[in-house]
Design a protein around this ligand. Structure first.
Ligand code: AMP
Ligand code: MN
Ligand code: MN
Ligand code: MN
Length: 283
């Protein structure tokens, strides 16, 4: 990345309607630019179909941009974690094939989720969720949540997760994603850097979090999201300390999914704490 030191508002984690966001890739890039973002990465779940449009739009606007993707990973006994890939070659065969494999189970999982939801009185959720996704292969919990809100069972998406879709709730179906080693391997093969996404969101003990980060480091993971739209001020301090002690590069991302449906808008997060090496200095 040229002139990385000039970057004051990097947002390296967000979604378009290619996965479970609400805006097109071009709309995401325009909104980021309007919000003052000066380096953006589009990081849809397990899919690269939006990055060409995002890159072209950023180039029209004269905004700096890197290609990204957020990979779903199964870790330990039954924990799902997310790894953000930054600066990857979106045409790299190994990465493309790996992501295709990760996506392949989503349809069957969605059918199982719908069967479970039916048992608690929510009907037609498979067909309903599919109406909210562009590519049916990418159907996920956010699309179910939108259908459940639309059909009047809940007032907003967050409530749907609390009652039905979070781990342990009736519509939650465990799923096997990529392994941590696979995800990092694909990212490195495609010339990118691997970042542990929103570590503050995983419902695991401190000991398990340490194990996760140890393993991630050992496998060559380079970065950790210190500032995330989903992190509290305390969590930002906690993960800044972790970045320093592990020698991780620090990343910053909103995890924006759409207006009215996100923790925070594009580029509106707090700054990285001092004493960290921003990952954009290495991209
Ligand atoms: P999936 O990959 O299908 O398991 O869906 C995960 C997605 O669900 C995340 O990327 C978020 O977009 C969304 N999500 C997960 N937990 C919540 C929550 N508590 N509130 C709102 N959205 C959530
Ligand atoms: Mn999402
Ligand atoms: Mn995530
Ligand atoms: Mn995300």
């Amino acid at each position: 990345m040229n002139s990385a030191s000039n970057i004051t508002n990097a947002d390296l984690h967000c979604h378009s309607n290619v996965s479970d966001g609400l805006l097109t890739p071009a709309e995401v890039v325009r909104r980021a630019c309007a919000n003052g973002v000066d380096l953006l990465a589009l990081t849809d779940h397990d899919e690269l179909a939006g990055v060409a449009e995002a890159r072209a739009t950023a180039s029209e606007l004269g905004m700096r941009y890197v290609d990204g993707v957020e990979i779903s990973v199964s870790w330990g006994k039954d924990t799902t974690v997310h790894v953000v890939a930054l600066g990857i070659d979106p045409a790299h065969a190994q990465l493309v094939a790996g992501l295709q494999q990760v996506r392949s189970g989503r349809d069957q999982r969605a059918q199982m989720m719908a069967a479970e939801l039916e048992k608690v009185g929510i009907r037609g959720a498979y067909e309903g969720a599919l109406r909210f996704v562009g590519n049916p292969a990418l159907v996920g919990r956010a699309h179910f949540a939108r259908y459940i809100v639309e059909s009047g069972h809940a007032r907003d998406v967050k409530t749907v997760f609390d009652y039905w879709l979070a781990k342990g709730k009736p519509g939650y179906v465990a799923h096997v994603w990529a392994t941590l080693a696979q995800a990092i391997g694909w990212i490195h093969a495609a010339g990118g850097m691997a970042v542990m996404a929103h570590p503050g969101r995983y419902r695991i003990s401190n000991k398990e979090l340490r194990q996760l980060l140890d393993e991630f480091k050992q496998l060559g993971g380079e970065g950790v999201e210190v500032v995330s739209g989903t992190h509290s001020a305390d969590q930002i301090r906690e993960f800044a300390n972790i970045a320093r002690s592990y020698g991780f590069f620090a990343s910053r991302g909103s995890d924006f999914h759409g207006p009215g449906e996100s923790w925070i808008d594009l580029g509106r997060m707090s700054a990285l704490p001092d004493g960290l090496t921003p990952i954009w200095e290495r991209l």
